[in-house]
Design a protein around this ligand. Structure first.
Ligand SMILES: Cc1cc2nc3c(=O)[nH]c(=O)nc-3n(C[C@H](O)[C@H](O)[C@H](O)COP(=O)(O)OP(=O)(O)OC[C@H]3O[C@@H](n4cnc5c(N)ncnc54)[C@H](O)[C@@H]3O)c2cc1C
Length: 444
């Protein structure tokens, strides 16, 4: 089935004045997961994103599918159990979710050996495995560290997970349009009327829907304020940045978890194809559009990781990226705000804050049940959302452009092929040929 710049154009031509059961604002993991379930239920759904699908936080995470040892250490047992259950499902069902071994390093100021032993044992158990952790010192060479435990988790291409949910929704009958911003929401005749603006300058549209799902991630309060003139108190934004290095500088097979000697925060070194990704930071911010890594963050990550690879130099950074965590909770320490999610229903708008990539399926099911209550209809959620789209053997660029609605070079390199996050050259040599192919498509 085609899902491309051409189908986008014809969807836009038919859009003005159209009525939907549900308008989903935000094509990150939350909006995509919900749309996928609602599509399987045969509802009339429009999903819009003001950028590309997954262009917000959902392509800028640490790309781990994990229970979060840190959440366990903070006492969030139920959340960790849910995340591990979801991790196991995704590992068993999606070929781009892959098992990853983690070496967790011990030094003087970090976790104590017995508490980590117990924590990992419990983590394995909650993940469905009776496995005793094993402490290792032999053949072990990180300077300043005494040894390591090794445990299993998983990693993925976060954006690809979103794209697969979006395309699955389209295959099941929904309309999904990227680069279309929802700019205002008004109650009108028992429905909500929403104004949408094409970010490529091709006009404005009005649609109506019985309800609006506000899955706009860091921007949830922008849409919420427009509709209610209030804001969701306790919603917080925390920025997290990562630096990308060449993999050969690190010479590792397993991912590494360690505590920064600067402030004892947990950090990760994650191998991805030809590179490693090192992060992350956790800083409260006010502006949801703040998507650049600051110099202070870069120095923090560099200084922290130099404890493991002392010879690392700033010149060896090949890329960086930042994401904004939409969180719901209180407290002054971003690291301690719960990573569980919050649902707000006000009038005909349902807003969601704080779903992780890992538990998007479980969260989407809970949210869809609430949507069913709002619509006074029974929504089937069992075994959903399902990925019904699978790439074939064709050229991945053709899949990206013709079946996954990539519209720009960045859409292709970051959110369809992932080269920005897993290749040393970040796909730069392909830019010209991708540009040519896109321009031929636009002129057809
Ligand atoms: C640094 C970092 C590391 C993380 N690591 C992990 C991890 O390893 N594992 C994990 O499970 N989770 C991780 N997370 C958490 C996870 O990435 C996020 O919780 C999740 O991606 C949030 O998804 P979302 O759909 O709510 O938001 P987003 O992905 O931001 O999606 C919201 C979308 O809404 C769109 N939008 C906004 N306003 C409008 C509008 N008016 N009209 C149309 N569209 C609009 C935006 O363009 C955006 O694409 C991490 C988060 C960060 C920041």
């Amino acid at each position: 089935m085609e899902f491309s710049c051409a189908t986008r154009k014809s969807d836009l031509e038919k859009l003005d004045g159209k009525e939907f059961d549900v308008l989903v604002v935000g094509g990150g993991i939350v909006g995509a997961g919900i749309t996928n379930i609602l599509s399987a239920n045969g509802l009339r759904i429009l999903l819009v994103d003001k950028g590309d699908f997954a262009s917000g936080t959902s392509s800028n995470s640490s790309k781990l599918i994990h229970g979060g040892l840190r959440y366990l250490a903070q006492g969030h047992l139920l959340l960790t159990r849910e995340l591990l259950k979801e991790r196991n499902y995704l590992l068993n069902n999606l070929d781009f979710v892959k098992k990853m071994k983690f070496d967790i390093l011990i030094d003087d100021g970090s976790w104590s050996r017995p508490s980590l032993y117990f924590g990992l044992f419990l983590y394995n158990l909650l993940g469905g495995k009776f496995k005793l952790p094993h402490f290792q010192t032999e053949g072990y060479s990180y300077p300043g560290f005494k040894g390591k435990f090794t445990y299993d988790d998983a990693s993925t291409d976060d954006a690809l997970l979103v794209i697969h949910n979006v395309v699955s929704s389209v295959i099941q009958g929904s309309t999904a349009i990227n680069y279309l911003e929802a700019t205002s929401f008004k109650d009108k005749d028992e429905k909500v009327e929403t104004e949408l603006i094409d970010k490529f300058g091709n006009g404005a549209y009005k649609v109506t829907s019985k309800i609006v799902v506000n899955a706009s991630g860091p921007w949830v309060n922008v849409a919420y304020r427009d509709y209610t003139s209030r804001q969701i108190e306790n919603m917080k934004l925390s920025k997290g940045s990562h630096i990308i290095f060449k993999r050969d500088k690190f010479g590792l097979n397993n991912a590494v978890a360690f505590r920064s000697h600067l402030d004892r925060r947990q950090m990760f070194i994650i191998p991805k194809g030809e590179v490693v990704i090192v992060g992350t930071t956790d800083r409260f911010i006010d502006n949801p559009g703040e998507s650049e890594m600051s110099e202070e963050e870069r120095n923090y990550i560099l200084d922290s990781v130099r404890k493991i690879v002392p010879s690392l130099d700033q010149k060896e950074i090949i890329g960086s990226y930042s994401g904004i965590r939409p969180l719901y909770g209180s407290g002054d320490d971003p690291g301690r705000v719960t990573r569980d999610f919050h649902i707000d229903i006000t009038g005909k708008m349902i807003s969601i804050v704080g779903v992780k990539i890992t538990n998007y399926r479980a969260a989407s099911r809970k949210i869809c049940k609430q949507i069913g209550t709002m619509l006074q209809t029974n929504i089937r959620v069992t075994d959903l959302p399902k990925i019904v789209y699978k790439r074939g053997n064709e050229d991945p660029l053709e899949s990206a452009l013709m079946k996954e609605c990539a519209l720009t070079v960045e859409d292709v390199l970051k959110r369809r092929l992932g080269y920005y996050y897993n290749k040393e050259d970040q796909g730069k040599p392909q830019v010209k040929s991708i540009e040519d192919r896109i321009s031929r498509l636009n002129n057809q």
